[in-house]
Design a binder for this molecule. Structure first.
Ligand code: FE2
Length: 286
């Protein structure tokens, strides 16, 4: 049986997160023998959104594809980058016509990898249904080719039903654990891995679902451990204690505050696309 491995890494938070990623990801790729790497970068630009420079740093660190979420819109100058760079995704279930693309097919070393980015609606912006968006994308995959980087969901040009058997990685950027597990069971058997992002705390529920999809509710984050979701602890305390909308800032490394990079590694049966194992990854810097 041919086996391929993917590494999916949780949200990169600010410069501290970029430093941590650059310091820890290359060694992790070697250690796990990862064939494909997905990194969520939606907090890379000082905690909110991305810039072209932060995207380039994530790609240079070893990411093959960068996913995002609700914060991807923060830097308006980044919007044109989402149009021209096929390795950055925004959630696919934004309405038709939204800038950027929500999924991609990338061939690497002869293996066609599909990455789909979705966003939850519970306690978040009520965009289009992530469940229906997955169906629409999945049902079009059988006829997609490696040069097909276009979002079929947005164009409405769905291709005929034809199951795709290559590896499929889903980043579900969502607040609600209920919605995340529900989407996991909805997709089960149709993707190699459904990995949650957004809450920045790595969950301990990684498993293989009954029909063969790997699953974890949240990958965690990449940045400073020992702070509040990678953000400055004092600012978060001031905000939560007073409910005044302080602007959060990424935490900086210091005494007792180490760099961390968390995510999962998944082994995938190349022929069926099903997960063979899924394991948490947590790497710490100095
Ligand atoms: Fe995030």
């Amino acid at each position: 049986m041919a086996v391929v491995k993917a590494l999916m890494i949780g949200d990169v938070v600010g410069d501290s997160g970029l430093d941590a990623l650059e310091g820890l990801l290359p060694a992790a790729i070697r250690e796990y023998g990862a064939d494909f790497v997905v990194v969520n970068g939606e907090n890379a630009a000082k905690g909110f959104g991305l810039t072209e420079k932060t995207l380039r740093r994530i790609l240079s660190a070893g990411a093959d594809m960068v996913t995002s979420g609700n914060h991807v819109w923060e830097k308006r100058e980044f919007w044109p980058v989402m149009e021209k760079e096929p390795r950055i995704l925004r959630p696919a279930n934004y309405p038709a016509g939204t800038v950027g693309r929500g999924w991609a097919l990338m061939e690497k070393a002869g293996v066609p990898w599909v990455v789909i980015n979705l966003q939850g609606r519970e306690q978040m912006t009520p965009i289009d249904c992530p469940f229906r968006a997955f169906d629409a994308i999945f049902n079009g995959l059988g006829s997609a080719t490696a040069s097909d980087a276009h979002p079929l969901y947005e164009s409405g040009g769905f291709l005929p039903d034809s199951p795709f058997t290559g590896p499929i990685l889903v980043d579900f950027h969502a607040e609600s654990t209920r919605e995340k597990e529900a989407l996991g069971y909805f997709i089960d058997g149709r993707a190699s891995l459904i990995a949650g992002t957004h809450t920045h705390v790595q969950t301990a529920d990684e498993r293989i679902l009954p029909r063969g999809s790997g699953y974890i509710t949240d990958l965690g984050m990449t940045g400073v451990a020992g702070a509040v979701i990678g953000m400055d602890t004092k600012i978060c305390l001031d905000q939560t204690r007073t409910q005044v909308p302080y602007h959060m800032e990424p935490a900086k490394p210091g005494p007792g505050l180490r760099e961390v990079m968390t995510g999962v590694v998944v082994e995938i049966d190349r022929e069926t696309g099903r997960a063979l194992s899924v394991a948490r990854v947590a790497k710490f810097g100095g």
